[in-house]
Ligand binder design. Sequence first.
Ligand SMILES: Nc1ncnc2c1ncn2[C@@H]1O[C@H](COP(=O)(O)OP(=O)(O)OP(=O)(O)O)[C@@H](O)[C@H]1O
Ligand SMILES: [Mg+2]
Length: 353
Amino acid sequence: MSLPLSIQSVTAHYGTTKVLEDLSLDIRDGELVSLLGASGCGKTTTLRLVAGFLEPTSGTIRLGDKDLTRLPAHARNIGLVFQNYALFPHLSVRENVGFGLKQRGVASADRNRKATQMLERVGLAHLADRLPAALSGGQKQRVALARALVIEPPLLMFDEPLSNLDAKLRVDMRVEIRQLQRANGTTSVYVTHDQEEAFSISDRVAIMSEGRIMQLDTPETLYQRPANAFVARFVGFENLISMQVETREGGSVVARTADGAKLKLSAQRFGEIPDSFVLATRPDGLLVTSDPSTGGIPATLGLRTYLGRAYQYQCETGAGHLVANGPLSSPLSIGEKAWLVPVIDQCAILAPE
Ligand SMILES: Nc1ncnc2c1ncn2[C@@H]1O[C@H](COP(=O)(O)OP(=O)(O)OP(=O)(O)O)[C@@H](O)[C@H]1O
Ligand SMILES: [Mg+2]
């Protein structure tokens, strides 16, 4: 059985230092939500509150109908998988996996059967009698996963579970975790600071900064329609260009940059466009051309780097420093004049900061 998790207006302190501020997060039954953000933004603290290792200063945490807020950690029945495995070194793999069942009073024969079944699912049945010291990092992490899953918790929480593994194994393991999570339908919170990992494994991702959630959405929405400048920068929109609407006509607007370069935008793609806004583009959504008839933002080109699929240019413009890509067929040189043309369906529109 799996349950929805509801964190409502939680504030948390370490001593007198506030680390989470009025944080709310609802995770649906069976959903996997990642918390993604820079070191120190409060990801682990959020998990500690849900696990019961830290009490919130205010706010509530509910799992299904149950109020967890003041419940001791051992009464919460949550499966936890951490970065450093935390396996018992003197217990065999099978005993490690069965440990939570033993604590719950499951008889030895039943325990062994369930532990063995779970080890089969994570592909480690053949290592059941080994001690953790004789396992590789990936194998240890799979034991930790089996140990969390075997108690069939209504909620699973992962804190950087793959960060001790090499790149290839990280990718394999995240697929395994997702498959097991899907198969069991267990509501899950997954902490990582790796954007690709979060986006690939999650139903939705919460992007956090300084103890707050900046946006909670599907990976697709975050990537294409960031809600604010922080999230836009986080997902690679390097160019944030301040714009002012000059004229509106039917479904489209003509807007200008600070130095007067005009761009035409259609409301069809962006919906309501406010009088002042920020046009956000990634470098590959801002094309460098030497043809003035295309319009765009006038620029003087700086350093050119080779990306394989395109050249990338550091550009000085009246709208500030911008990074834009140009075709391999016509490389341009430092100091040349050029025009930067936004690829409208790869742009996002944000409120001014
Ligand atoms: N036990 C503690 N006592 C005091 N301050 C703490 C404690 N644990 C964490 N902090 C502080 O709280 C803030 C949030 O820490 P937290 O561990 O939640 O960050 P995080 O997002 O998990 O970071 P990381 O990616 O580095 O693991 C940080 O500023 C951190 O220094
Ligand atoms: Mg952490």
